[in-house]
Design a protein around this ligand. Structure first.
Ligand code: IVH
Length: 718
């Protein structure tokens, strides 16, 4: 489907009075407005796809913005006509199909952000404590620019480029080998000595600013839409299904990391960068080996100062612990390593007009005010919405509809309204009154004493909450169903095709007997419907941690979900334990609290969730459609620590408690906070207190710190 889209059709006064598309917003009847909103939704979605997925935009950014603005103006005249698939609700573009998937051997992590010198100091303090380093021990850090491009993993076999992949979701990316073969600064064959037989190099694909401007000029001459910024241009150019298009784009690559499968004895990150250069890679020249926090700050200030002179866009600097053995010990938590941090440059700011404040209702009923802005370019990206966080923030900042406001955007963070330009306040502005009823369901809004958030208490009866929970259920760390993104969830909910997560797994069956099967709906065909059913079927086998996370239990994020999965292993065990733990004097309750990472407050939310009959009913129904294998913790096969419960007590001197815990978990053990009959080992540091006594009474095996380290080393070698 390719709509006819001469721009003027969408603007008022185009002279075409037969079509609602040509009528000024103020003159639209209700019926015309509904028709126009439907068409704008389709049209904007079409352009989004061209821009984000196919990199072949047909209209200019300004023309696109005018569509978005018109849509919003109509919605603000007829708020009740706002569609579930309205572009004003759009959250990012879906991933395009067409590239083969590549599983990363080692996950491609992202970086924790630091926004001040203090954040940086805290980061390295934490690393120092984790490694139990003395305060006088030197601590080399490599500082590098944070290149604003897209990361890629390049695999070399015997010095030849064999495979290239995008980062994707960190675990799985897309095969872009054919396109990377076209990038001049990527060596196709490595040079020099000591090239590991099997090597994975990671780095950033980017475009120089000058090349980006030239490319845009060419595009304008050829009547094509300009790219918004170099990163966008690089991303669009890499994700071309036709590699000859990529070949014509001025892409470059900076390497910043490698891993040899075996045989490399390099000891520091700095040396790795030198090796990469010797083998023929470009490495950003702005790199400094720093020996103190002061040097890091100097680096930050210098690079920030010469940002405009640097040929490519950077959005901060990255600091990495130089010692690779320490990097390995530090490991990662969730999706970010403990050995590196990104010190971001101050956010880019711009002034615009706040046209409207809307309230968004989240998964747990929290009401979030969202500012709708006159579109403005901030750091190369058009921003038309920004978060206002909560009611208190609106009061604190004194924001009113109609105000001139300063908005900022930093990296991938949601744009924010920073402050009001009060001198420019229009005379007729009035304070925003936070609703006392939920805008989605009309339910009561409760402001619990001591909490910032205001919540709709209607739970799943509130359509906004129900939809948000469904979106969470299919999200990346949960069921991750391709083709079932936010917009499809919204329209399926509206069309009553999916109301509960269980409906996802009966969709295909119901579709077979439906009078209006999916393939007959607008925007769907047999192929896309089949793809969706296939993706749903693939998701029926799911790991317990993802399943727990998908349930959307308050406070239970993916890290805690994994902890619970590791501990309980099967859904049946988890359910039994949650049932028994409702009694706070039970062993099951103690067992839950003994998990390192579960506090009382979290335990209450968990137990509250599993107490609710409706939730249990959904879990049981879901279970009948799913395969949830026993959760297997990947461990060294014959580790004496596999599946054992270990408790640390007292002060460890050579290893921090955090490192001890991370190491124990890596070797397959569960770490508990208190000693019980189920404890297998207690590791006792100096000044151990009651836990050591309890261990002795229960006859649990006790190790001192040296024995513990010896055990870890012997297991680590296997
Ligand atoms: S290191 C585990 N070094 O920033 C750390 N990343 O926010 C892996 N990036 O996905 C990355 N310049 O795309 C590293 N000098 C640099 C970088 C850099 C840009 C990007 C990279 C990564 C993202 C993390």
């Amino acid at each position: 489907m390719k709509p006819e889209l001469p721009l003027e059709v969408y603007l008022p006064d185009s002279g075409n009075t037969d079509d609602s598309a040509s009528i000024a917003v103020d003159c639209l009847t209700r019926e015309q407005a509904a028709k126009e909103l439907a068409r704008l939704a389709g049209t904007i979605a079409y352009h989004d796809r061209l821009y984000f997925q196919e990199d072949t935009p047909e209209i200019s950014d300004a023309a696109y913005d005018s569509l978005v603005v018109r849509n919003r103006q109509i919605e603000s005249r007829f708020p009740d006509l706002r569609r579930e698939d309205s572009p004003s609700k759009r959250v990012g573009a879906p991933v395009s199909k067409g590239f083969k998937k590549v599983k990363h051997r080692v996950p491609m992590l992202s970086l924790e952000n630091a926004f001040s010198a203090e954040d940086v100091a805290n980061f390295f303090d934490r690393a120092r404590r984790f490694l139990s380093l003395g305060t006088t021990q030197t601590f080399d850090i490599v500082a590098e620019p944070k290149i604003d491009g897209l990361s890629a993993a390049l695999h070399y076999q015997n010095g030849k480029l064999r495979l290239a992949a995008t980062r994707g979701d960190g675990s799985e990316g897309e095969d872009i080998t054919a396109n990377v073969h076209q990038i001049a600064t990527v060596p196709q064959i490595l040079q020099g000595e000591n090239i590991p037989e099997s090597l994975e190099v990671r780095g950033e694909i980017y475009m120089n600013r000058a090349d980006f401007f030239t490319l845009n000029q060419q595009r304008v001459q050829e009547g094509e839409a300009e790219f918004a910024n170099p990163r966008n241009a690089a991303a669009g150019s890499v994700r071309q299904l036709d590699a000859s298009v990529t070949a014509r784009r001025p892409l470059r690559f900076f390497a910043y990391y490698y891993e040899a499968i075996s045989g490399d004895t390099t000891a520091t990150h700095y040396e790795c960068l030198q090796n990469l250069k010797k083998w023929g890679f470009s490495v950003t020249p702005e790199i400094r080996l720093c020996h103190s926090l002061t040097q890091l700050e100097e680096f930050y200030t210098t690079i920030n100062g010469k940002r405009a002179e640097i040929a490519y866009d950077i959005d901060g600097v990255v600091y990495k612990v130089d010692n690779l053995a320490w990097q390995r010990r530090l490991g990662s938590v969730g999706r970010t390593p403990r050995y590196a941090v990104a010190h971001k440059f101050e956010a880019e700011k711009a002034e615009t007009i706040l046209e409207e404040i809307n309230i968004q209702v989240g998964r747990t009923g929290v009401l979030t005010p969202v500012a709708h802005l006159k579109p403005v370019t901030v750091g190369g990206v058009v921003v038309s919405r920004a978060t206002l966080h909560n009611a208190d923030e609106i009061v604190r900042k004194g924001v009113r509809v109609g105000d001139h406001v300063i908005v900022q955007r930093a990296g991938d963070v949601i744009p924010q309204v920073v402050s009001v330009v009060t001198e420019k306040r229009p005379a007729n502005s009035s304070e925003f009154v936070f609703p006392s009823c939920c805008p989605a369901c009309g339910g009561e809004v409760v402001h619990t004493h001591g909490e910032v958030a205001r919540r709709c208490m209607n739970g799943l009866l509130c359509p906004a909450q129900a939809v948000e929970r469904l979106k969470h259920f299919v999200s990346r760390d949960a069921f991750d169903i391709e083709g079932l993104g936010s917009r499809n969830i919204e329209s399926f909910y509206q069309d009553k095709l999916i109301h509960s997560p269980v409906d996802i797994f009966t969709l295909e069956e119901r579709d077979k007997v439906s009078l209006t099967p999916l393939r007959a709906l607008e925007g769907w065909g047999s192929q896309s419907a089949n793809n969706l059913f296939e993706a749903i079927n693939e998701s029926r086998k799911i790991n317990l941690d993802r399943f727990i996370y998908a349930l959307g239990i308050p406070q239970i994020g993916s890290v805690t979900a994994k902890l619970l999965a590791k501990h309980y292993r099967t859904l049946a065990t988890l359910l039994t334990a949650m049932h028994q733990a409702q009694n706070h004097t039970s062993d099951a309750y103690q067992d839950l609290l003994s998990l390192d990472g579960i506090g009382q407050n979290m335990a209450e939310d968990l137990l509250g969730f599993f107490h609710e009959p409706h939730n249990l009913d959904i879990i049981h129904k879901l279970h009948s459609h799913l395969i949830i294998p026993e959760f297997i913790v990947e461990t060294l096969s014959h580790s004496v620590l596999s599946n054992k419960t270990i408790v640390f007590t007292g002060t460890l001197e050579k290893m921090s408690r955090a490192e001890a815990k991370a190491t124990a978990e890596r070797l397959g053990a569960k770490v508990a906070g208190s000693v019980s009959k189920k404890t297998n080992f207690v590791v006792m540091g100096a000044d151990a207190g009651s836990k050591a006594k309890a261990a002795a009474e229960l006859g649990v095996e006790i190790l001192n710190e040296d024995q513990w380290i010896e055990l870890c080393q012997s297991l680590g070698k296997k």
